[in-house]
Design a protein around this ligand. Structure first.
Ligand code: CP
Length: 331
């Protein structure tokens, strides 16, 4: 889908800013966080709050009645797939769920991604795609005539996760500007880190990147951070950042992205957030994790009110409700 082909009858100069943001998202592919500026982020966050209030009050609405979402997942998922399905159903729409493994679809017979999306668009109004290859969402969008939403493309981006992460920071701490945000773990392959870092570059934040040497943030992203004059530091040690961090964003080491598994074994247990580490942190801060976790945060930390990762999961549904409503033009 191309932006210039959308809503050609609108006179953007005469539209209030929030309506303008909505009209720009309508019919759009959501492939990268680079599509969002602070205005569109605050619009999505406002809509997500409205969705939260509506769900708490009445559970659902018929805003997207008659609309169909195809959920096409070439990689495992619990949160992203379930939250998109829940979001669509709470908005009154329906879902084609290819989320239990594409091995049960015609992909197992050799069907290409291009043909798969061109088939699904015959039934659905939008396609949510997760794929192991970076750039797959863009490729799908090039072939599809309905909006494609990137639900994670290899080690590339995971834009809807970054939106919900940023929303969680805003809701937990009441602001984004002025915060010190430390990202810990697999910063090389962790696509949620890549997307969230790009979004945070629009704010007045300080960034700390904590990783083993082989899992450092890619230089392409680090150079963007430096070009934006954002205060930044890299370290191997959580102890260097824990006392000052407002947000500790912890990630899993992504075993599935390693070609040499002995390298994975060397770094897999590098970081463990324990109650002892939390005792060194500020009273007002949050620990976040995109999940799944495989030992990076001890279960004992879950009882700490600063542990925000399950509230973060719930925010994912509200953000995806807001996004689906906007993309399908019913916000
Ligand atoms: N955070 C996230 O993307 O989780 P899933 O892999 O379970 O979708």
């Amino acid at each position: 889908m191309q932006l210039e082909n959308l809503n050609p009858l609108f006179n953007f100069d005469e539209m209030p800013k929030q309506e303008l943001v909505n009209s720009i998202l309508t019919g759009q592919d959501i492939l990268s966080v680079s599509q969002f500026d602070r205005d569109s982020l605050s619009y999505i966050f406002r809509r997500a709050r409205e969705m939260r209030e509506m769900v708490h009050r009445v559970g659902g609405t018929n805003l997207l009645a008659g609309r169909v979402l195809a959920c096409l997942f070439y990689e495992p998922s619990t949160r992203t797939s379930s939250s998109f399905i829940a979001a669509m159903e709470r908005l009154g729409g329906s879902v084609i769920p290819i989320t239990q493994g594409v091995q049960f679809s015609s992909v197992s017979k050799g069907e290409t991604l291009a043909d798969t999306v061109r088939t699904l668009e015959q039934y659905a109004d939008t396609i949510v795609l997760r794929h192991p290859e970076t750039g797959a969402a863009k490729l799908a969008a090039d072939y599809a005539n309905v909006p494609v939403i990137n639900a994670g493309d290899g080690a590339g981006e995971h834009p809807t996760q970054a939106l919900l992460d940023l929303f969680t920071i805003r809701e937990e701490l009441g602001q984004i500007d002025g915060l010190k945000i430390a990202m810990v773990g697999d910063l090389r392959y962790g696509r949620t880190v890549h997307s969230l870092t790009k979004l945070l570059m629009q704010y007045n934040v300080s960034l700390r990147f904590v990783s083993p040497e082989i899992l450092r943030l890619p230089m392409t992203i680090m150079n963007q951070v430096i070009d934006k004059n954002i205060p930044v530091r890299e370290t191997h040690d959580v102890a260097d950042v824990i006392e000052n961090a407002d947000v500790l964003y912890v990630t899993r080491v992504q075993k599935e992205r390693f070609s040499d598994l002995s390298q994975y074994e060397d770094v897999k247990d590098h970081y463990e957030i324990t109650t002892e580490i939390m005792a060194m942190a500020k009273k007002k801060m949050v620990v976040m994790h995109p999940l799944p976790r495989v030992g990076e945060i001890h279960y004992a930390v879950d009882n700490d009110p600063r542990a925000a990762y399950f509230r973060q999961v719930q925010n994912g549904m509200y953000i995806r409700m807001a996004l689906l409503a906007a993309v399908l033009g019913r916000a």
